[in-house]
Design a binder for this molecule. Structure first.
Ligand code: 8IG
Length: 277
């Protein structure tokens, strides 16, 4: 007999926003923090930022919060933290991203973003590890996301919900980030489905259609954040040059290693940017 409990977001009749509201209530109860101002999703390589942003008020396993899935991948710590910045803002740090390639559907992918909005957060900071297409970029380099191309052929919006995506990656917030590090470059992020990396031909396609970064997250989350009325700031860590741009095959170990090396630098950058928001 199966002891498997059905996931609330898998019921097509369920309202994903009501489930996000339940999750936000869980977070308020478990952290003791009534509402949050900013939410931050930590991708590959960005994991150390949480400690630098401020004082951790509470840290809770994501599995204790309604609708969150177990992390599929090591290195994606399944915790939610409430961090208080020196300026007194409450930051919800999401170390529990659900990827599209896990195959549980887009509702689960964007649940953390909808939950963040339901906790009160008006700013969504999304970070990821990505492949770089620009030849001038080197592994370990952080890049601002200026726009995206969603190649998943899916959307978090259901039904006839038409949402404008102009300036999705807020130019106002990108300007703030550049006050912290004027050398920050920016580029267009292409979300592929994964989990395979691209072929060199697919990377050339991404380049031709205007992409500069390739990855497996962020675009769907960003759309959900806009739908929820949040302002979005996006960062990619170039952990590798995309297939065919770099001459050697891509390995997951290489990606993890580049993230580990860059982590102290980019985490402090991120913490300083968050302090300015
Ligand atoms: I880290 O080269 C990381 N994630 N699709 N391609 C895609 N995702 C990635 C890559 C990459 N590097």
């Amino acid at each position: 007999m199966s002891t498997h409990t059905p996931h609330p977001l898998d019921d097509p009749a369920a309202d994903p926003f009501a489930i996000a509201a339940d999750a936000a209530a869980d977070i308020a109860r478990l952290t003791g923090v009534e509402s949050h101002d900013i939410a931050l999703t930590l991708g590959s390589g960005w994991g150390r930022a949480a400690e630098l942003i401020g004082e951790t008020v509470a840290s809770i396993p994501a599995t204790e919060v309604t609708g969150f899935s177990k992390p599929a991948l090591e290195g994606h710590a399944g915790t939610l933290r409430s961090v208080r910045t020196p300026g007194g803002k409450h930051v919800l740090v999401i170390g529990a991203r659900t990827h599209y390639y896990e195959g549980h559907g887009v509702r689960r992918v964007v649940h953390s973003v909808r939950t963040a909005a339901a906790t009160g957060a008006r700013t969504m900071v999304l970070t990821n590890g990505a492949g770089g297409i620009r030849e001038t970029w080197t592994p370990g380099q952080p890049v601002l996301i200026s726009d995206h191309i969603n190649l998943t052929a899916d959307s978090p919006l259901e039904g006839a919900t038409f949402i404008d995506l102009t300036d999705l990656y807020s130019s106002r917030l990108r300007d703030i980030a550049r006050t912290v590090d004027p050398s920050l470059d920016e580029g267009v992020y292409c979300q592929f489905r994964g989990p395979h990396y691209e072929t060199p031909a697919e990377v050339q396609m991404a380049k031709t259609i205007g992409g500069h970064l390739v990855g497996m997250s962020t675009a769907l989350e960003s759309i959900a954040a806009r739908q929820a009325g949040m302002e979005v700031l996006g960062f990619s860590l170039v952990t590798n040059l995309a297939a065919g741009i770099q001459k050697t095959p891509l390995s997951h170990e290489e990606v993890i290693e580049a993230g580990r090396e860059a982590e102290p630098v980019i985490s402090s950058l991120l913490a300083r940017v968050i302090g300015e928001l």
